[in-house]
Design a binder for this molecule. Sequence first.
Ligand code: UD1
Ligand code: CA
Length: 455
Amino acid sequence: MTSNDRPCAVVILAAGQGTRMNSDLPKVLHRIAGAPLVVHAMEAAAALDPSRMIVVTGHGADKVEKAVTAHEEAAVCVRQTEQLGTGHAVLQAAPALDGFDGDVIVLYGDTPFISSDTLATMRAARAAHDIVMLGFEAKTPGRYGRLVMQGRDLSRIVEAKDATPEELAITFCNSGLMAADAATVMRLLAQVGNDNASGEYYLTDVPALARAEGLTATAIACDEAETLGVNSRAELAAAEALFQRRKRADVLAEGVTMTAPDTVFFAYDTWIGRDVVIEPNVVFGPGVTVENDATIRAFSHLEGCHLGARTTVGPYARLRPGAELGNDAKVGNFVEVKSAEIGEGAKVNHLSYIGDAAIGDGSNIGAGTITCNYDGVFKHRTTVGRNAFIGSNTMLVAPVSVGDGAMTGSGSVITSDVPAGDLALARAKQVNKTGLGARLMARLHAMKAEQKQGR
Ligand code: UD1
Ligand code: CA
């Protein structure tokens, strides 16, 4: 197969309602592995390095457009105000393709498993054919469009609703993906009518129209699992399970130890280095990167954070967005970290909240320490220097800083800065009343005895 160096543009169809989701949320915004379905499609397409990425929106367009541009600023959204069919949808991208000379690749916003390899194969196949469709051998062809082949040539596509019994017997089905010269597609789409069983403008009419002009069309095949679409909550759950199965297998193959992989949940973009150990029941939200030799102990929840090499996290740790752990740092059980850098070799071992903070290298944060970062309206920062020692149950009332090598006494409420090397004590001074403990206890026991007799 010859390669294809033509520029490429991607058009993602995401205007449909997804009635069967039974949801107020547009279908393509339902998430798999922490990312909306449409973002999965965008990620697959991004591997083609397209010069334009166009998303056709309709149902819930405002929300979909927000999610699309949040993921990729350069993406262009075009609206299809009425959902008149897949052909009509692609036609809406015409203005956004103005001045573009190259191939267009059409994909769907609700088929999250299309691989970048398959897209690349379609693009390469364009070197020999004018229109390339992506097909698959369907176990249950059902309502899929059927690809009517003559050898390697695609004669036409017939939608299930419009098919004869003979055509319905075909098992090679249309995934919906197409690769073709952009100007050619737009020209042919302008000829597509809606005189069919659905009264829609079918994108699938394009191959036959191309053939009628003497152009060539073909269909390449991919695995059915790649074309898996999401139309209902049950399919969403099945897609999530499939994603997790694959990701676990990938992560294991990349040299990560998981003692109970079926209980570990990854996000679409989780990155884990070699020789990392992940214990059972760990959940990764989006945006986590973990360097080599780290250990993530059981029941930890991580999101938007970075773990340096040889770090240890958990069990039962919560790392929220902006948690940055330096090499060899430790975050122990029942510790929450948010928007905070934990320096190299620093330790936050037990029952602490560290938010909007920077903890210097080698510092030790005692059990039950809290950065009091929120005054009810604003958030404030806490800074702890290098090799500092924060006593157990210290309240660090931000904005506040503790210098290098400084200490705070256990139970202190630190409201002003602690200079380097100082010890800050901010708690009531202890008073011992001689013998009062024993006398008080005796009185209480006597009271109880009186009460019992009175009954
Ligand atoms: C389509 C194909 C069918 C193929 C199947 C694979 C056509 C006519 N049929 O059928 O051959 O086997 O996909 O799943 O293309 N969309 C819009 N605007 C519209 C209509 C659809 O954006 O006006 C989007 C939908 O949001 C969805 C995609 O296009 O992401 C496919 O639409 P859908 O209605 O699911 O197509 P099918 O009838 O399943
Ligand atoms: Ca569909």
